[in-house]
Ligand binder design. Structure first.
Ligand code: AMP
Length: 363
């Protein structure tokens, strides 16, 4: 199936009554602050919601319209798309939207204007593309080990797809790699065909910072809006077990994200943070035009040499943005009032409408 023609999206946008724009997204992931932010900036909001999942939107009263579906993936159905277009909707993408709508569908059949660059979503999903973007942009990433036989230090082993770190493991030798693969198979956390897809990289010993950037296409500038750190099961639970008992438990740590907490970085690290943001947005302009547009997140580990090492990225609003629904230390510095990622997105749309430049930030 061929990719959606840009002109088709621009034609839809052309038919919209911009004074009556709706901000829409799937009711999940990081939608609460998107709706709240959109309402604060004067937009109508529409939630596409799986039956039984409407409670938070009702209780927090952030949605004006409810488009109820049997399952989240129905967001790409013709009737739902029609409803969205009738409401003059601009869709804000987030992790669940991409997962349920499906990348192929977003690229080929989802004919509703979206904020951001829909082509860049694939660069997050495919590890080789992601590494290409980071390497060519000059961002420091963990060293890749090309074959299990070449393991000569501590490594992190990962498998394809965002599965919340399930099945990831640490190994110190080829033998340990083989043993742990067996254990993961037994646990049914991976399957035989995953083995050849195992991605092995340098283990970065350090603290976790997930940096939430916003690239303004209208200003041609990247902003630092917030930073979070992850609570991951079981690794964070294991650190609460005394060392002598950790061995008795015999649990291999897993990295399933269960929550996030807001953090700030040492101020002296911020030049690196801006440098990473500038480099990756410049690199993306050439590789996936027009590059980043709107929210994205660089997931990093900071080692004791104070190097910020990027191990993963989100090319859309990341779940960690939920840590600053009422603003972060950094977003406050720009705006002097509580500003969430969702509200920053809504502000960009508002400015795009006012300046008649919406087509520059919509795909
Ligand atoms: P990911 O699914 O890539 O977001 O990774 C899940 C978790 O694994 C991260 O939050 C980190 O705690 C850990 N992790 C990922 N890559 C590395 C690495 N190269 N070195 C050390 N820890 C890592």
């Amino acid at each position: 199936m061929s990719k959606i023609d840009r002109q088709e999206i621009l034609d839809v946008l052309d038919g919209y009554d911009k004074e009556d724009t709706t901000i829409a997204t799937l009711g999940s992931h990081s939608s609460l602050h998107m709706f709240q932010g959109a309402k604060t900036e004067g937009f109508r909001t529409a939630v596409v919601c799986e039956k039984g999942r409407e409670v938070p939107y009702k209780r927090f009263n952030v949605a004006d319209e409810y488009i109820m579906v049997d399952k989240f993936s129905d967001i790409v159905n013709d009737e739902v798309q029609d409803e969205l277009r009738e409401l003059n909707s601009i869709v804000f993408p987030h992790g669940s939207f991409v997962a349920y709508a499906g990348l192929d569908n977003i690229e080929t059949i989802f004919n509703v204007p979206m904020f951001g660059n829909r082509d860049i979503l694939r660069w997050e999903a495919e590890r080789d593309l992601e590494r290409k973007l980071m390497t060519e942009s000059g961002v420091r990433i963990p060293k890749k080990i090309t074959d299990p036989s070449k393991i000569d230090g501590t490594v992190m082993v990962k498998f394809p797809g965002a599965r919340g770190g399930r099945g990831y493991f640490v190994a110190n030798s080829t033998e340990e790699f083989d043993q742990k693969i067996e254990a993961m198979l037994e646990r049914k956390w991976i399957e035989d065909e995953d083995i050849k897809e195992a991605h092995i990289e340098e283990y970065v010993l350090g603290c976790n910072y997930c940096i939430h950037y916003f690239f303004s296409g209208l200003k041609d500038e990247v902003e630092l809006l917030g930073i979070d750190s992850r609570y991951e099961s079981t690794i964070d639970g294991l650190t609460r077990v005394p060392a002598k008992d950790q061995l008795d438990i015999g649990a291999d740590p897993s990295y399933v994200i269960t929550g996030n907490h807001p953090v700030v970085m040492r101020e002296s690290l911020l030049p690196q943070v801006f440098d990473i943001g500038d480099k990756i947005t410049e690199g993306a302009k050439g590789l996936v035009p027009p590059g980043f547009n709107g929210p994205f997140c660089m997931q990093t580990l900071v080692n004791d040499d104070l190097e910020v090492v990027v191990f993963e990225m989100s090319a859309r609003s990341d779940g960690g943005t939920n840590t600053f629904m009422n603003g972060s230390a950094y977003s406050y510095l720009y705006y002097g009032e509580p500003l969430s990622m969702g509200r920053r997105m809504a502000l960009e749309i508002k400015k795009g409408i006012e300046e008649n430049r919406l087509e520059e930030i919509i795909t």
